[in-house]
Ligand binder design. Structure first.
Ligand SMILES: [Zn+2]
Length: 88
């Protein structure tokens, strides 16, 4: 097992910061977003214009904060049975 490290400073003291779930519809034009963090729970709904082309129908973002205050995200993007993992 390996420790998760901050991609900015390589610090391996990282803490969970938030969890965020987004979903859309088959037209890729709407997003429901639910977020949980230290301040609590929030939910929002966005309608994107027709030029918006997300690659995925669903996203789970897990945010982390290192002890040097850097925030980074591991993003799980779902599309047609495939899951893409992106470190941001
Ligand atoms: Zn860091």
């Amino acid at each position: 097992m390996k420790n998760l490290v901050c991609p900015i400073c390589k610090c391996d003291f990282v803490h969970p910061h938030y969890v965020e779930c987004k979903d859309g519809n088959d037209s890729y034009q709407t997003i429901n977003k639910t977020r949980i963090d230290r301040s609590g729970f929030s939910h929002s709904y966005e309608i994107k214009d027709h030029d918006y082309r997300a690659r995925t129908l669903g996203v789970i973002n897990v945010g982390f904060r290192c002890e040097n205050e850097h925030i980074f995200t591991i993003s799980y993007n779902f599309h047609k049975g495939s899951t893409y993992v992106i470190h941001k």
